[in-house]
Write a protein that binds this ligand. Sequence first.
Ligand code: RIB
Ligand code: CA
Length: 317
Amino acid sequence: MTTRLIIDCDTGSDDAVAIMSAATHPELELVAVTTVNGNVPLANTTENSLRVLDHIGSTVPVYAGAPRPLVRPDFPVPRDVLNGDKPAFQVAYLDFPPSTTPVQQQNAVQFLIDSYLSDEFADTVLVAVGPLTNVALALAAEPRLAARIPRLVIMGGAIGWGNVTPAAEFNFWVDPEAAEAVLSAGLRDVTIFPLDATHSAPVSLADCAVFDGIGTRASRGSSSLIRHRIGNYPDAPDAAKLTAPVHDALCVAYLVHPEVITESGEYPVHVETRGEHTLGAMVVDDRPWSLEPRTARVVRRADAQIFVSFLADAFRS
Ligand code: RIB
Ligand code: CA
């Protein structure tokens, strides 16, 4: 049973591992990659996606989407302020040869609209692992998509610590209005992997050694990216960290191994768009008496062993 998917991403290092695992795993068919402004500017997220696919010899098409958030001229604060003096954790260009494949001419938003209006994509899962600007624009331009996207898997949000502010995770923080619009659009099957889930299933240096031993371009490329993450994780609780979360790839693993989720619940979920201290925060209403519609499954914990074995299986293919 093959699962078809589109990955909407802001390629960065963990997006790249998600792309390579989706493009190589025998039970997945990566139909397209759509890119959005996020970790790095749109031109970079697009070039990085093209480089990664060229690197593994994949012909999966890449469509470029929104260069900035829905409402705000940039992020809630400009990227250079956000990155400040932190080492370039998400580098401008991933360390793969410059792309040789051109980006598609059609805008990613129109591609998403046209795709999900056609029956050919009736079973194609949308995996959104960057800011949700493209998905929100597509839903705003064509509301029928809410009933036609069969499943949406999102990397975003935090129940506990945020990674940009105490309350907000990066993808939701970059474009809070887009995240709230998508989560309020009435899609029928939404699963959210917040930081709590991705940090509960980290990848280790020992796992990277296994990937290196597999010896494929995807395995070695991913190992290098993950080693960079382990060595440069900006908020590592201790300097001797030997692991790092690979947020986006966990969303892909879930499509093949739903049992990777070890703790989750269905809840009403919103994203703060106005708070001075809470802008971009994911608000999960887990009050037992809440009468609001339960709009998403929120994953609290995942299994690192299942996640890593998924990656190894993908890279071996
Ligand atoms: O907060 C982590 C998320 O933000 C990941 O998707 C990472 O790639 C960045 O987009
Ligand atoms: Ca991402």
